[in-house]
Design a protein around this ligand. Structure first.
Ligand code: SAM
Length: 306
């Protein structure tokens, strides 16, 4: 499967947004927060009213809402297995994972940080009846290593936004108790990705622009973290096959929307819809294309601090 008809949809995209703007991809922490603030409406309306902003994972036919709990449930199993009591989520978004965990495990204390103030506001509101959770606005690229220690730190589809993954994880490892773990779910550039291929590179550039990120890390970079930190790689799981059924749905939706480029351009000009919606469509279709062509992979990594 190569998702061959992507050219036509990319051409439609260029009728809405100038190609140079996409390739320049000017991001900053401020534009990332603005992206997530403005796209929250789409996430809540079409993806998860409870505020999940990550991909559903499918092992068998199940409801969309249940598939969105996979990442948090995996973290719950780690917490229970090791008897952990203090957990931090980096890039918690609207708090879906941490709120779910705090409800399931009332004796464990949870904290969540995120760059986007409006998401933190939503997270606080959704968890207002829970006494074992707190959310605050913070940038994980500027983590302050204070005296506070955690048993487990996790991150779902957020460290791809990091300016320096090794630096974030080096600090995170110093915030872990010994025998603590870091669990990460994210998209990565595949080991044998051919980014010299012009079509793949173009899809990749559109995808990073669409998701408001600078560059994805490669799987190799993620594994190499063990050389610059005290962490050991405990396990890695390729979950790409388990996200494909659902990214196909995003792909279809994005391509249908992009069939009307002139209408979309007018709606943006009149400020009826934000440009962020186009970014979502662009990243939806290119993400699927890159996953199907083995340029991108979706992995779970577990690192342990001995
Ligand atoms: C795809 S969403 C995932 C949110 C959440 N982890 C979930 O599973 O629903 C990515 C999140 O990363 C956050 N983010 C991006 N860069 C960040 C940074 N430097 N520090 C903290 N959060 C960041 C964004 O604000 C956004 O909420």
């Amino acid at each position: 499967m190569t998702n061959d008809n992507i050219d036509q949809h990319i051409n439609n995209l260029y009728k809405i947004v100038d190609k140079r703007t996409i390739f320049e991809n000017l991001n900053s922490p401020r534009s990332v927060a603005e992206y997530y603030h403005k796209s929250a409406f789409l996430y809540k309306k079409f993806h998860s009213p409870a505020g999940a902003m990550h991909l559903p994972i499918e092992f068998e036919k199940d409801s969309h809402a249940n598939k969105l709990k996979y990442q948090a449930e995996t973290v719950r199993l780690e917490i229970e297995k090791h008897g952990y009591s203090k957990v931090l989520e980096l890039g918690c978004g609207m708090g879906f994972n941490t709120t779910h965990l705090a409800q399931s495990l009332p004796d464990v204390h949870f904290s969540g940080i995120d760059l986007t103030p409006q998401s933190i506001k939503f997270a606080k509101k959704s968890s207002k009846d829970l006494s074992n959770v707190n959310f605050r606005c913070a940038d994980f690229d500027q983590l302050e290593v204070d005296s506070e220690k955690y048993d487990l730190i996790f991150a779902v589809e957020t460290l791809c936004h990091s300016l320096d993954l090794t630096a974030v994880l080096e600090k995170a490892s110093r915030m872990l108790n010994s025998n603590g773990r870091i669990v990460i779910f994210d998209g990565y550039i595949a080991d044998d990705a051919d980014l010299t291929n012009k079509r793949f590179l173009e899809a990749y550039k559109i995808n990073t622009w669409g998701f408001a990120l600078y560059e994805y890390q490669s799987l190799v970079e993620a594994r190499n973290i063990v050389h610059s930190t005290s962490l050991k790689l405990e396990s890695e799981v390729d979950l790409t096959p388990n996200i494909l059924p659902n990214v196909k749905t995003f792909d279809r939706g994005s391509k249908s929307a992009l069939k009307y480029p002139l209408l979309l351009k007018t709606l943006i000009k009149l400020r009826i819809i934000p440009l962020v919606y186009i970014k979502q469509f662009a990243s939806g279709m290119t993400g699927t294309y890159l996953l199907y062509n083995n340029v991108m992979k979706y992995y779970k990594f577990v690192f342990v601090k001995p």
